[in-house]
Design a protein around this ligand. Sequence first.
Ligand code: CA
Ligand code: CA
Ligand code: CA
Ligand code: CA
Length: 532
Amino acid sequence: MTRFHPDLLVILGLGMLALSCTDAGLYAIGGRGGGGPDRADFSGIGCVPLAAGDAFPVKVLFAVQAGSQGIPVGEMTDALNSIVARFPLPYISFALITYHGVATGIQGSFVPASTFANAIPRYNAQSGDGPPSMRNALRLARSILSGEMVTGCRGVTARTRYLVVLLNSTYDTSCANPAFNAGLDSTCLAAPTAADCSACELDKATRELTDLMQLYGAGEVSVQPIYVPPDPSAPHPDALTAVRAVARAGGTQVLQTPAPNLTGALNGLNYASLQRALALKRIVGFNRSALSIAGALYADTDGDGVSDPREAELTLDPIKPDTDDDGIMDGVEIRMGMNPLVADTITGCNRYGDIDLDRLNDCEERVLGTDSCVADTDGDALPDLVEALSRTNPLVPEDLRDTDGDGISNAEEVMAHTDPQSVDNDYRSQRAYGYEWSPAEPTDDGRPCFQFRIDNISLTETLTRPNDPFPAIPSGTNDIYLYIQVGRQNEPHGAGIGSLTIQQVRYTAGPPARRTPGGTIKLGPDDFVLGN
Ligand SMILES: [Ca+2]
Ligand SMILES: [Ca+2]
Ligand SMILES: [Ca+2]
Ligand SMILES: [Ca+2]
């Protein structure tokens, strides 16, 4: 069998797109085939999900220069209204601030288009004036974005694209007005001209905004300046210096437009979801109805992480994952030193909720210490559920860890469904899952796809279990979870995004031994559902 250094696993997972398709079996491990009735194998095509739709929010903050030198009210409100009319979509939301000497949140939190429409007339009615400070607008934008990232769901933030659109009609005067601009940078103040000082301050304020991407693991933060000169034939050189500084630090290009064309300019912006490409990190197969412990295979009919024979020893119910009905499955209770026969009260969580859809409920996540907003808390591309049931630590990346010191990393043990807590090399040589994946034709919209094969998935003789209100699930049924785990390129431990399919395969020991369905089970991209 082939063994890879643990590092290689990550490198291959992230780097395969750069390799040529002639490198057959770019990722291959195990792969002994076999295919007897007690083993399942799958092959097919899986694709990186489209970064669009409800799971990938887009949040747009408009920061508009107001006051006597501000953007003309009629053109500005028309432009904003046209955006509202165009995006009545739940995953695109908007905020609005205005600024002159100071910046004000007109709509200071992100709301859907229908609510945002009500805020637009307040730009119309706003009053006040002062020496224009684009710096203050950027600083208020930062405080709105960071406030949301601090309190928001980390997994959602990681999938969110933030776009700050800064509209100005004159130049920035923050350096000349320290009374309105607390904390001017001494390095900037030492610049030879007021325009240079502004450019320095705007660069700093814009970077503080885009740095939120790293600070809170946000999907993307960019800042788009739009310069609307009062006289389009005579743009002010200091204004151009200012907007260039913002565009450079904000990852965009300067846009300049006369006020009558504002609607066109705003509609010309890209409001699509995450622009940074997602890459495959791992494909993970996991038979939830099987446990590998100390070199032996056991059935786990209820998939709670406690084998059927062990449930009997502990007088637990082997066909009910949560014997004491307190919302915490038996395996999690045992793992965390709780008593699975005595109901616990876990406060501050909803046992019927599963925000991140990883199939650990919010109270189980609280007990485990995992993030109920992130399906893979430690970002090692092994889902929290799989780690909780495989007895690895869902809070620590497993790529470089080898708890039992058998030379196989914990990550590889989890993928192979061997025991990360015991030296089980003989078992491994018989039972390790085999994986192969290599690039396939991308989708029409350019997403990478992979031809994959997972084989040697051991099946167990499970018990009949209830499935109210549906008929009971017959004995021998194994629930096999197949995950496609993706993330952003060059961020080995960013918050992962996964697609999952659950396939049921039935094994009866016989004689004659039988597996249903027989043969290699074929899967296509549509079998995988985003979110796990
Ligand atoms: Ca069990
Ligand atoms: Ca329980
Ligand atoms: Ca969960
Ligand atoms: Ca993990």
